[in-house]
Design a protein around this ligand. Structure first.
Ligand code: AMP
Ligand code: MG
Length: 329
């Protein structure tokens, strides 16, 4: 199980047989299953240790396939036309009877859909011909994978039929998730691979803030208040330099020289920093260091999503309550 392959046919056959397949998208590697099969979708939740209340994003090859699954508000169509295929997820009213497993929807009457741009994801979805449920191919709450090796070296490897090899994910951050309120106005549920400013330019209006995390009727982004996207090492944010026993995740040209660590983007390019974020956290974590100090990241453009992930990666972890250090399961 779980070997890295170049062969789309093997991945398609595995999906048709109800098995799990890891595949590259432009955001992160996904853990895919036939979205119409309760059994296949259940296997995703089991493999990741993902709470059943956290619904999955459904991936399809085209806008046409997406429209067969959800009722797209006018504003959603405008965004989809501008950003699909690409790192944009749209949450819209589910078309009753469209065949998506209720487990993948976590029982909601809305559905999250995305048309990914990565050529291998496109090929896989087109050859499979149906919707694929796919969260990130990592253990729930841990660092997301941006290389095939991240999946191959994780506990998920034994749960997947194969890992489709597609090099490094070019965007490197999960998709931007947009929902719509009763008046059809677009709401930013999770910042991600498309910057807020780009979407607001298309909309000609500001994106609304997400509803309060306590609103159970509308689950918003994962771990909004809790720990998510976390490495093993402790994270210390907005640090100008590392302390004793820390590695430094730097950003920009002003970074202190001669300290142990990596620079997300020596030129201060936020897209480059996003693409490097998870890969560099994986590398620093693998050194076995106790702590990673992270430089301040500007809050504009993709910086909003980078800071969102960093804040959750640094949040107190569930196991902290028991006084244990969070080792990966
Ligand atoms: P992940 O697969 O880990 O990137 O997470 C998918 C995200 O999409 C989670 O934050 C879900 O809460 C969110 N999501 C999926 N379906 C819905 C939905 N119907 N309504 C609101 N959020 C959703
Ligand atoms: Mg995830």
């Amino acid at each position: 199980m779980g070997k890295i392959v170049q062969d789309i046919d093997a991945a398609v056959q595995a999906l048709k047989a109800g098995q799990l397949v890891a595949f590259p998208t432009e955001t992160v590697y996904g853990l895919g299953a036939d979205a119409t099969s309760d059994a296949a979708v259940s296997a995703i939740y089991a493999a990741k240790g993902r709470p059943a209340t956290n619904p999955l994003i459904i991936h399809v090859a085209s806008m046409q396939q997406a429209e067969a699954l959800v009722h797209m508000p006018q504003v959603a169509r405008k965004l989809a036309e501008a950003f699909w295929p690409g790192p944009l997820t749209i949450v819209a009213p589910y078309r009753e009877g469209a065949g998506i497993s209720a487990i993948a929807r976590a029982g909601l009457d809305t559905l999250a859909v995305r048309v990914p741009a990565h050529p291998l994801a496109q090929e896989l979805l087109t050859a499979f011909g149906g919707p694929v449920a796919a969260p990130s191919a990592n253990v729930s709450g841990r660092l997301s994978p941006t290389e095939a090796e991240h999946v191959a070296e994780s506990p998920l490897a034994e749960h997947v039929a194969c890992i489709l090899d597609g090099d490094e994910c070019p965007v490197g951050l999960e998709s931007t998730i947009i929902g719509f309120d009763e008046k059809g106005r677009a709401t930013l549920l999770r910042p991600g691979g498309i910057a807020r400013e780009e979407m607001e330019r298309v909309l000609g209006a500001p994106l609304l803030r997400p509803p309060a995390a306590s609103d159970a009727a509308r689950p918003s982004a994962p771990g909004q208040l809790s720990s998510h996207y976390a490495p093993r090492a402790r994270l210390r944010l907005n640090a100008d330099a590392p302390r004793e026993g820390e590695m430094y995740l730097a950003f920009g040209a002003e970074a202190p020289q001669g300290v142990p660590g990596l620079n997300l983007s020596p030129t201060g390019d936020l897209a480059e920093a996003a693409a490097n974020l998870y890969a560099y956290l994986h590398i620093l974590d693998a050194t076995g260091v106790d702590g990673i100090a992270v430089a301040p990241i500007p809050e504009h453009g993709l910086g909003e999503a980078i800071n969102d992930r960093l804040r959750r990666a640094a949040a107190p972890r569930p196991q902290d309550a028991h006084g244990k250090h969070g080792k990966q399961a």
